[in-house]
Ligand binder design. Structure first.
Ligand SMILES: [Mn+2]
Length: 329
């Protein structure tokens, strides 16, 4: 199929969008990049990270493996034109779906990181922006920031959104897990934590030591109370200037529990930010330039959360498209 995207209801009704698996379309019906060769000329490329995460921390993990597949399935009802900006980001950007990393050893985090990194490397090599989906952050956001670290000359600016710190030294004896991946990120040579902004942290699943660790390392920490008080536009401005200060790469990772429980059913933290705040940030980050984006953590098969995740990706693309239009390229 040569259509670069779904432009009417027909392809959906007739199931004519490009298929990644027999029952799974590409994200938004984007062209499928089956090989590294197919990535050439792409501005952005989707990489799925089918990783299960560790069991047994009282949450529903059982669908993590399928996060990249489920999000793709729930995406095909959307096009990409946004009336609110009279803009179709896919008029400006070539975006492809590069499929899933082949995580052959289920549950092995080091193998997962290697498999996901290899796909990310391919995307970066052609000068495209990797958009990683799934992986519970340690298997998606961590390999992404590692690869940007390897490419960076002056430093990587990091934007992370999460109700939780995710910065423990280790959890249950595991140094590479969802609760510790930001600690591993801080050890990368091109990551200066004064270029790190952590947004939306709140609530009683965090420990005092985690907040102190962030303060000591120089991270800018915005709790969701502070975001609400100051307003996201102001917070977004400060976030962007902090992560772009003397860096040449910027990356963003979203744990959707940053959202209030009222708009993230199935996730477990009240008092979070709104969907509008999240989308505002994505748009602003896109407008200012980004080198990698990770949709890391959606533990349920809850469709509304998938829809929100797809919107964040579309708003990020809209920001990038506005940037391209403004620069006249
Ligand atoms: Mn979290």
């Amino acid at each position: 199929m040569d259509s670069k995207r779904r432009q009417s209801m027909d392809p959906l009704v007739k199931w004519l969008v490009p298929m990644l698996y027999p029952d799974t379309p590409t994200l938004l019906g984007l062209p499928l990049a089956s090989s590294k060769e197919d990535l050439k000329g792409a501005d952005l490329a989707i990489v799925g990270a089918p990783y299960q995460g560790a069991p047994g921390v009282t949450r529903e993990y059982s669908n993590n493996l399928l996060t990249p597949v489920n999000i793709r399935k729930d995406s095909v009802k959307y096009g990409s034109y946004l009336p609110e900006f009279d803009l179709d980001p896919l008029d400006e950007l070539k975006v492809v779906d590069y499929g899933d990393a082949s995580v052959a050893v289920r549950g092995d985090i080091h193998h997962t990181i290697e498999a996901v990194s290899s796909k990310i490397k391919d995307v970066l090599e052609v000068g495209a922006i990797p958009i990683v989906i799934g992986g519970t952050e340690v298997g998606s956001s961590l390999p992404l920031v590692q690869e940007l670290n390897a490419k960076s000359k002056s430093g990587v600016g990091c934007i992370t959104l999460d109700a939780h710190g995710d910065n423990m030294e280790s959890h249950g004896g595991e140094k590479f897990c969802g609760a510790s991946w930001i600690n591993r990120m801080s050890e990368l040579p091109k990551v200066n934590m004064s270029n790190h902004v952590h947004l939306g942290m709140r609530g009683p699943r965090n420990f005092k030591e985690q907040v102190h660790w962030y303060r000591e390392k120089g991270t800018t920490l915005f709790t969701s109370r502070e975001i609400k008080k100051r307003g996201m536009e102001d917070i977004a401005r400060e976030t962007i200037s902090t992560v772009m200060n003397n860096t040449d790469k910027v990356f963003m990772s979203i744990d959707y529990d940053v959202l209030d429980i009222g708009c993230a059913p199935g996730l477990d933290e009240p008092m979070g930010i709104s969907v509008e705040d999240l989308l505002t940030l994505c748009l602003e980050v896109g407008k200012n330039g980004i080198d990698g984006f990770s949709i890391g953590w959606i533990p349920t098969s809850n469709k509304p959360l998938h829809w929100i995740a797809i919107w964040t990706f579309i708003y990020l693309m809209a920001g990038i498209a506005m940037r391209i239009k403004d620069s006249g390229n």
